[in-house]
Design a protein around this ligand. Structure first.
Ligand SMILES: [Zn+2]
Ligand SMILES: [Zn+2]
Length: 206
Protein backbone atom coordinates (compact mmCIF):
# COMPACT_ATOMS: atom_id res chain seq x y z
CA UNK A 1 0.00 0.00 0.00
CA UNK A 2 1.39 3.42 -0.82
CA UNK A 3 2.22 5.51 2.20
CA UNK A 4 -0.22 8.27 2.86
CA UNK A 5 1.25 11.74 2.81
CA UNK A 6 0.93 13.40 6.19
CA UNK A 7 -1.88 15.94 6.28
CA UNK A 8 -0.58 19.47 5.77
CA UNK A 9 -0.13 21.14 9.14
CA UNK A 10 -2.17 24.23 9.85
CA UNK A 11 0.69 26.13 11.31
CA UNK A 12 4.34 25.34 11.43
CA UNK A 13 6.11 25.00 14.74
CA UNK A 14 8.60 27.65 15.74
CA UNK A 15 11.41 25.23 14.90
CA UNK A 16 10.00 24.57 11.42
CA UNK A 17 9.84 28.33 10.84
CA UNK A 18 13.32 28.96 12.21
CA UNK A 19 15.27 26.13 10.56
CA UNK A 20 15.13 27.43 6.93
CA UNK A 21 16.00 30.94 8.14
CA UNK A 22 18.92 29.45 10.04
CA UNK A 23 20.20 27.61 6.95
CA UNK A 24 19.89 30.81 4.95
CA UNK A 25 21.66 32.94 7.56
CA UNK A 26 24.50 30.53 8.31
CA UNK A 27 24.95 29.43 4.70
CA UNK A 28 24.94 32.80 2.94
CA UNK A 29 25.50 35.70 5.36
CA UNK A 30 29.04 36.80 6.00
CA UNK A 31 30.78 35.25 7.90
CA UNK A 32 29.29 31.99 6.62
CA UNK A 33 29.31 28.91 8.81
CA UNK A 34 27.85 26.18 6.58
CA UNK A 35 29.15 23.41 8.86
CA UNK A 36 26.65 24.31 11.60
CA UNK A 37 23.39 22.44 12.13
CA UNK A 38 20.32 23.45 14.12
CA UNK A 39 18.38 20.86 16.09
CA UNK A 40 15.60 20.77 18.63
CA UNK A 41 16.85 20.40 22.20
CA UNK A 42 16.33 16.76 23.16
CA UNK A 43 13.81 16.38 25.98
CA UNK A 44 16.23 14.61 28.30
CA UNK A 45 18.61 17.59 28.47
CA UNK A 46 18.76 19.17 31.91
CA UNK A 47 18.23 22.85 31.23
CA UNK A 48 18.57 24.19 34.76
CA UNK A 49 20.94 27.12 34.71
CA UNK A 50 22.14 26.46 38.26
CA UNK A 51 23.93 23.36 37.04
CA UNK A 52 26.20 25.39 34.74
CA UNK A 53 29.64 26.70 35.55
CA UNK A 54 30.56 30.41 35.46
CA UNK A 55 31.56 30.17 31.82
CA UNK A 56 28.05 28.91 30.92
CA UNK A 57 29.43 25.52 29.94
CA UNK A 58 28.20 22.08 30.81
CA UNK A 59 30.40 19.32 29.45
CA UNK A 60 31.20 20.21 25.85
CA UNK A 61 28.18 22.51 25.43
CA UNK A 62 28.09 26.30 25.67
CA UNK A 63 24.72 27.73 26.76
CA UNK A 64 23.10 31.05 25.94
CA UNK A 65 19.63 32.54 26.04
CA UNK A 66 17.73 34.99 23.86
CA UNK A 67 14.81 37.14 24.95
CA UNK A 68 12.00 38.24 22.69
CA UNK A 69 8.44 39.44 22.91
CA UNK A 70 5.93 36.72 22.14
CA UNK A 71 2.26 35.92 21.75
CA UNK A 72 0.67 32.94 23.46
CA UNK A 73 -2.65 31.34 22.59
CA UNK A 74 -4.08 28.56 24.73
CA UNK A 75 -5.76 26.25 22.22
CA UNK A 76 -7.24 24.13 25.00
CA UNK A 77 -9.15 27.13 26.35
CA UNK A 78 -10.13 28.34 22.89
CA UNK A 79 -11.47 24.88 22.02
CA UNK A 80 -13.47 24.79 25.21
CA UNK A 81 -15.18 28.05 24.25
CA UNK A 82 -13.32 30.62 26.35
CA UNK A 83 -13.20 33.90 24.45
CA UNK A 84 -9.97 34.48 22.56
CA UNK A 85 -9.00 37.51 24.65
CA UNK A 86 -8.97 35.51 27.86
CA UNK A 87 -6.95 32.68 26.34
CA UNK A 88 -4.39 34.92 24.61
CA UNK A 89 -1.57 36.91 26.14
CA UNK A 90 1.68 38.45 25.11
CA UNK A 91 4.87 38.43 27.10
CA UNK A 92 7.89 40.69 26.94
CA UNK A 93 9.85 37.86 28.51
CA UNK A 94 9.79 35.01 26.07
CA UNK A 95 12.95 32.98 26.24
CA UNK A 96 14.78 30.78 23.75
CA UNK A 97 17.58 28.67 25.20
CA UNK A 98 20.42 27.54 22.94
CA UNK A 99 23.39 25.33 23.49
CA UNK A 100 26.20 24.96 21.02
CA UNK A 101 29.08 22.62 20.48
CA UNK A 102 31.80 22.51 17.85
CA UNK A 103 33.81 19.40 17.29
CA UNK A 104 33.59 15.79 16.25
CA UNK A 105 30.29 13.95 16.34
CA UNK A 106 28.94 10.70 14.99
CA UNK A 107 25.81 10.66 12.84
CA UNK A 108 23.06 8.04 12.79
CA UNK A 109 25.04 5.93 10.28
CA UNK A 110 28.13 5.81 12.48
CA UNK A 111 30.01 8.29 10.30
CA UNK A 112 32.25 10.78 12.14
CA UNK A 113 31.94 14.46 11.27
CA UNK A 114 33.54 17.68 12.44
CA UNK A 115 30.96 20.38 12.66
CA UNK A 116 28.93 22.69 14.83
CA UNK A 117 25.70 21.73 16.53
CA UNK A 118 23.17 24.08 18.04
CA UNK A 119 20.21 22.82 20.00
CA UNK A 120 17.36 25.16 20.83
CA UNK A 121 14.36 25.19 23.12
CA UNK A 122 11.57 27.74 23.30
CA UNK A 123 10.27 27.99 26.86
CA UNK A 124 6.54 27.69 27.46
CA UNK A 125 4.26 29.70 29.71
CA UNK A 126 1.36 28.34 31.68
CA UNK A 127 -2.20 29.45 30.93
CA UNK A 128 -3.75 31.21 33.95
CA UNK A 129 -7.16 29.74 33.13
CA UNK A 130 -6.42 26.05 32.69
CA UNK A 131 -2.74 25.59 33.68
CA UNK A 132 -1.86 24.15 30.27
CA UNK A 133 1.73 24.86 29.17
CA UNK A 134 1.53 26.93 26.00
CA UNK A 135 4.27 27.41 23.43
CA UNK A 136 4.76 30.90 22.09
CA UNK A 137 3.88 31.71 18.49
CA UNK A 138 6.73 33.70 16.97
CA UNK A 139 6.05 35.60 13.77
CA UNK A 140 8.47 35.57 10.88
CA UNK A 141 10.24 38.77 11.88
CA UNK A 142 10.86 37.49 15.42
CA UNK A 143 12.20 34.20 14.06
CA UNK A 144 14.53 36.14 11.77
CA UNK A 145 15.70 38.38 14.63
CA UNK A 146 16.49 35.29 16.67
CA UNK A 147 18.45 33.70 13.83
CA UNK A 148 20.39 36.95 13.34
CA UNK A 149 21.30 36.90 17.03
CA UNK A 150 22.23 33.22 16.86
CA UNK A 151 24.56 33.86 13.94
CA UNK A 152 26.28 36.71 15.82
CA UNK A 153 26.44 34.67 19.03
CA UNK A 154 28.18 31.76 17.30
CA UNK A 155 30.50 34.15 15.43
CA UNK A 156 31.44 35.73 18.74
CA UNK A 157 31.74 32.67 20.95
CA UNK A 158 33.43 30.31 18.50
CA UNK A 159 35.26 32.63 16.09
CA UNK A 160 36.01 35.75 18.14
CA UNK A 161 33.86 38.29 16.28
CA UNK A 162 32.52 41.20 18.36
CA UNK A 163 28.99 40.74 19.70
CA UNK A 164 26.58 43.66 19.38
CA UNK A 165 23.78 43.67 21.94
CA UNK A 166 20.67 41.95 20.69
CA UNK A 167 17.25 40.89 21.69
CA UNK A 168 14.31 42.51 23.30
CA UNK A 169 15.28 43.18 26.89
CA UNK A 170 11.89 44.09 28.25
CA UNK A 171 10.85 47.26 30.04
CA UNK A 172 9.53 47.88 33.51
CA UNK A 173 6.37 49.34 31.93
CA UNK A 174 5.53 46.00 30.33
CA UNK A 175 3.48 45.05 33.33
CA UNK A 176 3.86 42.19 35.72
CA UNK A 177 5.50 39.01 34.61
CA UNK A 178 3.91 35.88 36.04
CA UNK A 179 7.18 34.26 36.99
CA UNK A 180 5.51 31.25 38.54
CA UNK A 181 3.84 30.55 35.18
CA UNK A 182 7.03 30.94 33.16
CA UNK A 183 9.07 27.85 32.36
CA UNK A 184 12.15 30.02 31.72
CA UNK A 185 11.89 31.60 35.19
CA UNK A 186 11.76 28.13 36.74
CA UNK A 187 14.85 27.06 34.84
CA UNK A 188 16.66 30.32 35.71
CA UNK A 189 16.99 31.59 32.12
CA UNK A 190 14.31 34.28 32.02
CA UNK A 191 15.53 37.82 31.42
CA UNK A 192 12.82 39.09 33.76
CA UNK A 193 14.49 41.26 36.40
CA UNK A 194 12.61 39.69 39.27
CA UNK A 195 13.74 36.17 38.54
CA UNK A 196 16.45 36.07 41.21
CA UNK A 197 14.01 35.68 44.07
CA UNK A 198 12.02 33.21 42.02
CA UNK A 199 15.14 31.11 41.56
CA UNK A 200 15.70 31.08 45.28
CA UNK A 201 12.18 29.94 45.94
CA UNK A 202 12.60 27.25 43.38
CA UNK A 203 15.86 26.09 44.88
CA UNK A 204 14.37 25.79 48.34
CA UNK A 205 11.46 23.78 47.01
CA UNK A 206 13.74 21.22 45.39
ZN1 LIG B 1 -5.90 27.60 28.90
ZN1 LIG C 1 10.02 34.39 33.12
Amino acid sequence: MPKKNPAPQQCLTNFENIEPLFNQEFGTNDPIFPEWTLERMPRNVNIKRIKLGKNQMLGRWLYGSYNTKGKFRCLKCIKSGIVDNDATWSSAYTTILCRAYYGPDTDEYGQDWIGGWIQMKVFAQQCTKCDEYVTVELDNQKCQNFVTWLHRWIAHKFYGYPLPSFGYRGKKSDGPHLANRCEACHAGWCHFHGNKSQNKKFLIKE
